[in-house]
Ligand binder design. Structure first.
Ligand code: CMC
Length: 453
């Protein structure tokens, strides 16, 4: 949406001066001519409905599988210019936020639209910190999972179960009630994520501590054993906090679209976050960070990189270079740039991850190769993040969980914006039906069995 967005801003200014643009459409079926207003570089799909061949015609629709060129909402949260590699939350460049803020400060910015004052920040941190405990019965829900359950599957199911603990969360039009669920969700995600990991390694759950920061608390719940003292390296705590900032929101991606779509039915936010997290789980979305690590392990050494690249190219889309490519970024992903730099800083503390050399070589070759250059495929946020998570001692199965924790603040900001947007209704796309017309029923004994299955 990048440059289009810039044009839109200019057009918004023009429109406000009363010089709005319009599109003239000639319908060759009828010879009729229509004027459709253009606002923010966009025409309204509903303006096409008036274009009919006759009174019984439903009216013209637009067809856009996978939403390649359709805006489903206006938003004031996150701005991306995919051609220039720009990402801003509420107007602040991601690089500036990563340099100067904590994750909770950024979460506040996403939810409320402004950076917090000292007093607001203290209250916010307090509200989040004092909601980090989870109900003991929820812990039992987690206990019921098999020892080898995927942490992301556990997280998704546990967040779904959470809605049964807070039935008042259904009051989605009550601002105060919404705020309470926002505190709970942002606060409890790290606890549930850490418990999912502890369950998978057979370790006792480590309860949250109010004395620790958001990221330090998460690392402590992950790694502290009851028998030992544990103090994570401050450089690693900061690295995790920056990773959380970089993953906090990304406008209308697959998971956020699920959050808004489910939320548009006025479903409670726990159920909506469950759907959003399920979308994130997919290997083409947040699940890619786990896939990158598997891919680097499969390649095994720098000398195997050219053969792997050849396989990807010959696979013609069957086999992908995981952590490469993006629907919106067509030049570089600004998050990947920050993460690549940060990886070096983390490795100074943890020691160099040998997979980094394979990743660097893969990137070097891919950036010169015509196949990737022509398709504008560059490393995305997931290409280097997995290497950092691994260096922090986090197993690859938990990588997407580390994406879901900070993305929760973005999902909730988008959910709230959707609920307060007077133009939004229950999400309900149209379809173009290409199946059978009405036909006569055939009893089972007379069916020919000619279906594909
Ligand atoms: N490796 C090899 N070829 C690729 C890749 C890749 N990673 N990504 C796209 N292509 C090719 C694809 O085969 C197609 O080629 P052709 O034009 O010959 O058919 C062309 O590039 C366009 O691909 P597309 O699938 O139409 O692009 P898209 O915008 O629908 O997909 C994407 C975007 C991110 C799903 C895709 O690039 C991909 O699958 N990447 C690997 C998975 C990944 O890293 N996902 C994380 C995305 S960033 C974080 C997040 O969103 O959660």
């Amino acid at each position: 949406m990048g440059t289009v967005e810039a044009t839109r801003n200019e057009q918004a200014a023009t429109a406000s001066e009363g010089k709005a643009d319009a599109l003239t459409i000639t319908d060759r079926r009828t010879g009729r001519v229509y004027e459709v207003p253009i606002t923010h570089g966009t025409i309204r799909a509903m303006d096409l409905r008036q274009i009919k061949t006759g009174p019984d015609d439903f009216g013209l629709m637009s067809y856009d599988p996978a939403f390649l060129n359709t805006a489903s909402t206006t938003s004031r949260i996150t701005y991306i210019d995919g051609d220039k590699g720009i990402l801003r939350y509420r107007g602040y460049p991601i690089e500036v936020l990563a340099e100067n803020c904590t994750y909770l400060e950024v979460a506040y910015l996403l939810i409320y639209g402004e950076l917090p004052t000292n007093k607001q920040y203290e209250q916010w941190v307090h509200d989040i910190t004092y909601h980090t405990m989870i109900h003991e019965s929820l812990k039992k829900v987690m206990d019921a999972f098999n020892y080898d359950a995927h942490p992301m599957g556990m997280l998704i199911s546990t967040v779904a179960a959470m809605s049964t603990f807070y039935p008042e969360a259904h009051q989605v039009h009550d601002r105060k009630m919404r705020e309470k669920q926002i505190h709970r969700l942002i606060a409890k995600m790290p606890t549930v994520a850490a418990f999912a990991y502890r369950h998978s390694v057979g370790m006792p759950y480590m309860y949250p501590s109010n004395a620790l920061s958001y990221s330090e608390n998460f690392l402590t719940m992950l790694f502290r054993t009851p028998a030992e003292k544990y103090k994570p390296n401050p450089a690693l705590v900061r690295a995790l906090d920056v990773l959380f900032i970089l993953h906090a929101d990304h406008e209308q991606n697959c998971g956020t679209h699920a959050m808004r779509g489910i939320g548009s039915a006025h479903t409670d936010p726990y159920s909506a976050v469950t759907g959003a997290a399920a979308a994130l789980y997919g290997p083409l979305h947040g699940g890619a960070n786990e896939e990158v690590l598997k891919m680097l392990q499969e390649i095994g050494s720098i000398s195997n990189v050219p053969a792997f690249i050849k396989e990807v190219k010959e696979g013609k889309g069957e086999k992908r270079l995981m952590g490469f490519g993006h629907r919106v970024y067509k030049n570089f992903d600004p998050r990947a740039k920050i993460i690549k730099r940060m990886a070096e800083e983390v490795f100074e503390v943890t020691g160099r991850n040998p997979l980094l050399d394979i990743a660097l070589e893969l990137e070097r070759i891919a950036l010169q190769d015509e196949y990737f250059v022509k398709r504008k495929l560059y490393p995305n946020v997931d290409f280097y993040s997995g290497l950092i998570y691994e260096a922090l001692g986090i197993p690859s199965g938990a990588f997407t969980v580390l994406f879901a924790i900070p993305r929760t603040s973005g999902w909730l900001a988008q959910w709230q914006e959707m609920l307060e947007d007077p133009e939004q209704k229950i999400a309900r796309p149209r379809q173009i039906y290409l199946g059978q017309g009405e036909r006569a029923f055939v009893p089972m004994e007379k069916r020919s069995g000619s279906s594909a299955r």
